[in-house]
Design a protein around this ligand. Structure first.
Ligand code: ZN
Length: 112
């Protein structure tokens, strides 16, 4: 993982439903919006493309139980369109680690 101004670049491996491990590279844009009472709050721009439509929603949280980190809506759409219902324990564990690392890195980047 690395970060530059306004983006997080993620590179990781996922294994879905007992298939082979896959390398995934994903870039997530980050924007800062002023808060009502001062300061600024970071938001992710959802990188999801579901059924050929780019999402681009501004969200505080991305969900990573599938192949990519996506907003809640994209994740549900993507999930519904794939046969990813069977998750082995290893994948869940890997995803948990991935999510924690992601959140930690995000916080480091955004609070620097
Ligand atoms: Zn989305």
């Amino acid at each position: 993982m690395r970060a530059d101004e306004g983006s997080l670049h993620l590179s990781y491996r996922v294994r879905i439903g007992g298939a082979d491990w896959q390398e995934v590279a994903e870039t997530v844009r980050i924007v800062l919006l002023p808060c009502r009472y001062g300061g600024a709050r970071p938001y992710f721009i959802c990188p999801g493309v579901v059924s050929g439509m780019a999402c681009g929603r501004r969200v505080a949280k991305l969900h990573g139980p599938g192949r990519y980190f996506l907003c809640h809506r994209c994740y549900r759409l993507a999930h519904a369109s794939q046969n990813e219902a069977v998750w082995d324990r290893g994948l869940r564990r890997a995803n948990q680690v991935r999510r924690r690392t992601y959140e930690r890195l995000r916080d480091q980047v955004l609070c620097a």
